[in-house]
Design a protein around this ligand. Structure first.
Ligand SMILES: [Zn+2]
Length: 175
């Protein structure tokens, strides 16, 4: 098939900046609707995976290097962009600085809690590599909790139990 060499009529120099801003807003809106493959209750924007949005590229930082969800996250974003007519927008993976649980938005933290996953405490990503602070039970809010296993339903979460209501729950590992 022959590809037309005609320049895109939308790219008029004096109007280009406005169009680009509109496009960035549209891309941001699309990404806000892309769920995390492992925790569909939160979007890739809520988790802080999306670092930068431009008219022709999106920068993402995967939550955990080696996490099987990493490929799924990129595929979900690719699919959403393609479906909305943004097939020309590249996805770039940025590994530095590494993703931190501090990047999870307040909205994202609330959604995690509502979903039954204890969000990591704010600041834990930079101050400590370990889960020294007790997790707050997402069901009853008690901090009388204990870690049962470093590995919860996925390698990215730890399994905890609440001593107050005896319910087990997943907790996001702090990075
Ligand atoms: Zn509880």
């Amino acid at each position: 098939m022959l590809v037309s060499k005609t320049p895109n009529p939308l790219v008029i120099p004096d109007r280009a900046p406005r169009i680009r801003n509109d496009e960035i807003d549209l891309i941001a809106e699309i990404l806000r609707d892309v769920p995390d493959p492992e925790i569909p209750a939160v979007s890739v924007v809520d988790l802080g995976i999306v670092r930068d949005i431009r008219a022709d590229s999106v920068a993402i930082t995967p939550t955990y290097t080696g996490c099987p969800a990493t490929i799924a996250i990129e595929q979900s974003i690719r699919h959403a962009l393609d479906a909305a007519g943004f097939a020309h927008v590249r996805i770039e993976t940025t590994l530095s600085p590494p993703w931190s649980t501090d990047w999870i938005s307040d909205d994202g933290r609330e959604k995690l809690r509502a979903y039954g996953i204890a969000p990591p405490p704010r600041g834990s990503g930079s101050s400590s590599l370990k889960n020294e602070t007790p997790a707050e039970c997402p069901r009853c809010g008690s901090t009388q909790t204990e870690e049962i296993s470093r590995f919860g339903s996925t390698p990215c979460k730890a399994l905890w139990r609440c001593r107050a209501c005896a319910e087990p729950f997943d907790r996001f590992k702090c990075h």
